[in-house]
Design a protein around this ligand. Structure first.
Ligand SMILES: CC(C)(COP(=O)(O)OP(=O)(O)OC[C@H]1O[C@@H](n2cnc3c(N)ncnc32)[C@H](O)[C@@H]1OP(=O)(O)O)[C@@H](O)C(=O)NCCC(=O)NCCS
Length: 191
């Protein structure tokens, strides 16, 4: 499956981290932390078995949108970079094709609290704007997922949405949600 990510030169590197495309061989290392409650509490989908996890991440759509985060050649987390069309009126929709990315993240709990997520997502945003030429990035989380929205604020994203009890959590019931975004123009002005 062709992916917009095919146009980027991988891996990306930061001071401490390497960011690269997901390979099938990475799945056991990712399953080792994705199966833990800390990783699953806020994620969209909890996989009941390694087989279900593999069936999802082996899909072409997952391979086309998932990145792996390494520290000293150890997988410490994964990122999502999903290029999408922007919303547009029909007559100008062609101008809104593949201009936006939805971002996501999950770190092995053993490697949280050290600034790795900030470091990785800062580079992910640079990649979206500089390498992929996108005009906007966005991400969503439950309002109660404090580490996730703090991460978005630390990397300079703006809270645009506070939705009220619109998202059903598997154990906590209907919860508020936050939507964050950042435009390429804003990011360049700050740089
Ligand atoms: C969301 C998630 C990626 C955030 O990870 P994280 O490690 O807390 O994020 P950061 O990179 O921002 O770490 C920052 C913390 O590291 C600490 N830190 C230590 N060394 C640091 C350094 N060199 N630079 C920056 N921060 C450092 C900071 O004190 C900071 O903590 P604070 O903001 O409470 O003071 C992680 O909690 C996670 O994977 N959660 C489970 C999956 C999930 O919820 N995904 C999102 C679904 S919407």
């Amino acid at each position: 499956m062709d992916s917009p990510l095919d146009t980027v030169t991988w891996p990306l590197r930061t001071d401490r981290l390497t960011i690269r495309r997901l390979a099938i061989d990475d799945l056991p290392a990712i399953w080792a932390y994705r199966r833990q409650p800390a990783a699953n509490e806020w994620m969209t989908r909890e996989f009941p078995t390694e087989g279900a996890f593999r069936a999802h991440f082996e899909k072409p759509q997952s391979l086309a949108t998932t990145l792996v985060l390494e520290r000293d050649a150890t997988v410490i987390g994964d990122l999502m970079l999903k290029v999408e069309d922007g919303w547009a009126q029909e007559e100008v929709a062609v101008q809104a094709v593949a201009v936006h990315a939805e971002l996501g993240w999950c770190l092995d709990e053993a490697h949280t609290g050290r600034g790795y997520a900030v470091e990785a997502v800062t580079e992910l945003i640079r990649c979206c704007f500089d390498d992929l030429g996108l005009r906007r990035v966005s991400a969503n989380c439950f309002a109660d997922n404090t580490p996730s929205w703090k991460l978005m604020e630390k990397v300079g994203m703006r809270r645009e949405i506070h939705s009220v009890r619109d998202g059903l959590h598997r154990t906590r019931g209907w919860l508020d949600g936050y939507g964050y975004a950042l435009l390429a123009d804003e990011w360049r002005e700050r740089a």
